[in-house]
Design a binder for this molecule. Structure first.
Ligand code: NAD
Length: 364
């Protein structure tokens, strides 16, 4: 498997190197061959090449089986207009790979129940998957930009029925393999794009009679996520709503640093933690690498098609947390605080100790 690694900015390189370390160790233990090549994106790419998404990066990504990304964004470029900033590199990357469905799982980890801002009895048992449309809506719609005098600005929310249908299918397929409940989130009382969204989702739903479907306005969904998160299984929503709701779901788990994501449906799948470049803690070796490591597990599951390897990483993450190890973002009086690097090493060790050595009889 050829993997392009894009460490990016801020804590991106720190969490990415731990994800890569765990990925390589676990892949080797499971007999999977992995080749990796590192490339530039974001602020570091602007500094070194003048572009947030250089051509060499794009070519390498397109030629690989999967891309593993850290994070993008650097306050040094905050004075630039949105279309010149490092984050544009991420939008261009997503567009180049063509993945239109972003999968973001958020589940209550037993060892972290008390780190959640929600009461134990509200959060316990939460296990949801947000499927966010990633290539349409307000982030890509034209026209966009500032008026000449900068006194006015415009962004456009636009969706075609085909764009809604293809992401809806990913969500229904996921729901079919889970608890068979799908919540489609929109703002159909105000937005025409949402009215189209709802109509298309109902049409696709007819092909999945075993999946129970509900429609929810985004404001109601935001409220239910904090009052009754266990009611959700798969949440399907458009780009902007998904961006906001998935961050809300992320903090329910105790730290934004815990959440992984996969972007599928295009030519090359993209794996990245949900969090940003966290400039406030960058370079201190204190960032939580578990979201990035869990993204590497998703890579092994979806691109590597090795469920055993993916599950061994996820089990190792739970084990390390059960043993009381925490990075600073999740630390409490009873935990052992470890650095980003130590957390990566612990997860790799636990994953390997649970993996049967490869022998002639169990080799794939
Ligand atoms: P952020 O996710 O970077 O940080 C929000 C808060 O969460 C900060 O207090 C940070 O310290 C903490 N945090 C985030 N990840 C953590 C981790 N792994 N371990 C411990 N703590 C963690 O969001 P932000 O501050 O709004 O954005 C910072 C920069 O990142 C901006 O330039 C933004 O545009 C960019 N960004 C990039 C992505 C991405 O690359 N996918 C996503 C979101 C934001």
């Amino acid at each position: 498997m050829q993997i392009t690694v894009l460490p990016g900015d801020g804590i991106g390189p720190e969490v990415c190197s731990q994800a890569l370390f765990v990925l390589k160790e676990v892949a080797a233990a499971n007999g999977l061959s992995i080749e990796t090549e590192e490339h530039l994106i974001g602020g570091r790419a602007i500094r070194e090449t003048g572009s947030p998404f250089p051509q060499a990066t794009e070519a390498a990504c397109k030629a690989s089986d999967a891309v593993l990304l850290g994070s993008v964004g650097d306050p040094e470029f905050d004075h630039l207009t949105p279309s010149e900033r490092p984050e544009i590199g991420l939008l261009k990357l997503r567009k180049a790979l063509g993945g239109f469905a972003n999968l973001r799982p958020a589940a209550a980890v037993p060892a972290l129940i008390d780190s959640s801002p929600l009461r134990r009895e509200v959060f316990e048992g939460t296990d949801l998957l947000i499927v966010r449309e990633l290539l349409g809506g307000l982030y890509f719609g034209q026209p966009r930009g500032f008026a000449a005098d900068k006194g006015e600005a415009v962004n456009t929310m636009r969706y075609s029925a085909a764009e809604v249908e293809r992401v809806a299918r990913v969500a229904f397929d996921a729901a079919r393999g889970r608890r068979k409940r799908l919540t489609s989130v929109d703002k159909a009382n105000v937005l025409e794009t949402s009215q189209l969204w709802r109509k298309v989702v109902d049409r696709v739903a007819a092909e999945y009679p075993e999946v129970e479907v509900e429609h929810l306005f985004v404001d109601a969904c935001a409220m239910h996520l904090v009052t009754d998160p266990t009611r959700f299984d798969v949440i399907l929503t458009e780009n902007l709503f998904g961006d906001i709701l998935s961050d809300e779901a992320a903090v329910l788990t105790g730290s934004l640093g815990m959440l992984a994501s996969a972007t599928v449906g295009g030519n090359v799948d993209l794996y990245e933690p949900v969090h940003g470049s966290a400039p406030d803690i960058a370079g201190k070796n204190i960032a939580n690498p578990l979201g990035a490591i869990a993204s590497a597990a998703m890579l092994l599951r979806y691109t590597g098609r090795c469920e055993k390897a993916a599950a061994s990483i996820e089990a190792a993450i739970n084990k390390v947390l059960e043993e009381g190890y925490r990075t600073a973002d999740l630390a409490d009086a009873n935990s052992t605080v470890v650095s980003t690097e130590e957390m990566g090493r612990l997860v790799a060790e636990r994953a390997l100790s649970a993996t049967e050595p490869i022998t002639a009889s169990n080799a794939a």
